[in-house]
Design a protein around this ligand. Structure first.
Ligand code: FAD
Length: 480
């Protein structure tokens, strides 16, 4: 374990509070909507050191560390960054986070580590995400990421079902602990929503490919195009291959429905079907999703989370003329990342609040959507989510002309594993019941974590769940 280098004095701390924030540079919106490359240009070495040197190194255990689901030692990493020791800083992140180059790009720091920073009160919080991405990239490109030393072989075999961030995190810790690990993935490539969801302009897919190759070199075996529960159930697989334990990280990949007339019309897309066709290379797509999408001029995106914002920005890059997000509450209740929303607005997206679709129209009767009837909403009392409930205003309906509609209204877990594994208890729309600390399910040798346990959440939470389960599986295996 690397120790903190030097203590910081009260005077130094005060001086740091006065330092000006340094922010990462973004490509010009006019330029970035012409391609699917990442929008953030990140930091230069000088900038990243200047930004890291604003950390005041709180005397009490840092709030940013507790706010990070993985418990990254952010202050220690920042200490190395300000000294220019970028690879050492990357190692600090890698001790707790197997995917720092990815989290540095996609974690909504504004609601986790950066939000809890004492400087946030002065609106001068540290750009923790861009710093993490910088050092992880630096180490990968300059010194390479060393393979960890694996424990002696335990003779035990573990299957990981689902190759999203939860599954990848679990696989890494389990193989390092000396177990044999095989990851089964339903889609043609591993990565989960990191590949088949989050667009390239937020996260370059080559980072995921690099990590998969790194895990393969470590000894993790990937079996793709294999949907557990379809030809073979989880328990049959366990029996047949002799697995001692299983981690299930199957995510929440089933799209919610709008339940209004016209939802099944042509040119009405589900968000992931739409995003993958715009963002994923043809050869990585299942045959059923290879048909390219040609958008019309006026695009309606329904929903208010990150997925909706990603659909808006992808539509713009695919050449749509007028792209509007329709959301039933106000911006204050929107669940998505506000920085992402700002980027969407810079790129030309419009937002209409307090409106909900009541019907998707096909007025020319050609089988395709061409309009949408909406109703205006007002906010009532808070609902179970704590947000004020949207209520329709009677008589306020109106119609808009639309060429394509993209539904980005939420996700459920796939019920397949729960239905075909009688020993695993599920609840609330198919979420797997698991111990929150260990991920252990009602079947002692089967553990679960990530979106399939919590419902749609974040990459950092899925990684943390995968790591907690790997530790619990390791302990369980030691008792066999
Ligand atoms: C469009 C979009 C954008 C997002 N943007 C962000 C963001 O910017 N920042 C952020 O932190 N989070 C974001 N998220 C959320 C984040 O991607 C998820 O919370 C995270 O990926 C969940 O990880 P997971 O491993 O639990 O599941 P997933 O990433 O969904 O991976 C599950 C994997 O299991 C596979 N699988 C499912 N069933 C089976 C089966 N029966 N057999 C074998 N394999 C199976 C799936 O194919 C998939 O590959 C976004 C989500 C979406 C949809």
């Amino acid at each position: 374990m690397i120790e903190r280098l030097e203590p910081i004095t009260v005077e130094q701390r005060r001086a740091r509070i006065g330092l000006e924030p340094v922010r990462p540079t973004y490509r010009d919106p006019e330029e970035r909507i012409e391609d699917f490359f990442e929008c953030s240009m990140g930091f230069t070495a000088e900038e990243v050191m200047a930004e890291a040197s604003r950390c005041i190194h709180c005397p009490q255990p840092s709030a940013c560390v507790s706010a990070c689901p993985m418990g990254n030692d952010i202050p220690l990493a920042l200490w190395y960054v300000e000294k220019g020791e970028f690879s050492k800083a990357a190692e600090i992140y890698r001790q707790t986070n197997p995917l720092p180059e990815i989290c540095g790009r996609v974690c909504p720091a504004e609601s986790t580590c950066a939000a809890s920073c004492v400087l946030a009160r002065r609106d001068r919080t540290i750009a923790t995400g861009a710093i993490e991405a910088f050092v992880a990239d630096y180490q990968r490109k300059n010194s390479g990421v060393p393979l960890p030393r694996k424990a002696a072989s335990s003779g035990k075999q573990v299957a990981v079902i689902g190759a999203g961030p939860a599954g990848l995190a679990a696989a890494e810790d389990l193989i390092v602990a000396g177990h044999e690990v095989t990851v089964y993935e339903a889609l043609p490539a591993p990565g989960g929503l990191l590949v088949y969801g989050i667009p390239n302009f937020k996260l370059d897919k080559s980072l995921v490919t690099w990590k998969i190759e790194w895990l393969e070199t470590l000894g993790v075996r990937f079996v793709t195009n294999f949907r557990v529960g379809e030809q073979v159930s989880l328990e049959e697989l366990k029996e047949r291959e002799g697995y001692d334990a299983i981690f299930v990280g199957t995510g929440a990949g089933v799209e919610a429905t709008l339940d209004v007339p016209g939802e099944d019309l042509g040119r009405v897309y589900r968000s992931i079907d739409f995003l993958v066709r715009g963002n994923v290379a043809q050869e990585l797509l299942p045959d059923t999703k290879r048909e390219p999408i040609t958008l019309g001029r006026r695009i309606a995106v329904i929903g208010g989370g990150d997925t909706a914002t990603d659909c808006l920005r992808t539509s713009i890059r695919l050449g749509a003329g007028e792209v509007t997000c329709y959301y039933r509450r106000t911006e204050a209740e929107m669940p998505g990342n506000s920085d992402e929303r700002l980027h969407a607005v810079e790129e030309g997206a419009k937002f209409e609040y307090l409106v909900a679709p009541v019907e998707l129209l096909d007025r020319t009767a050609d089988g395709n959507v061409d309009g949408m009837r909406l109703i205006r909403m007002e906010l009532g009392e808070p609902d179970s989510s704590g947000r004020r409930r949207p209520l329709p205003i009677q008589g306020s309906e109106f119609t808009v002309d639309i060429d394509d509609v993209i539904l980005a209204i939420g996700f459920w877990p796939d019920p397949l594993i729960g239905k075909t594994t009688p020993t695993i208890e599920t609840h609330k729309w198919g979420l797997i019941k698991a111990d929150p600390a260990t991920g252990q399910t009602s079947s002692t040798s089967i553990f679960a974590g990530g979106d399939n346990v919590t419902g749609p959440a974040l990459v950092n939470a899925a990684i943390a769940a995968g790591k907690h389960s790997a530790a619990a599986i390791n302990e369980y295996l030691s008792t066999l």
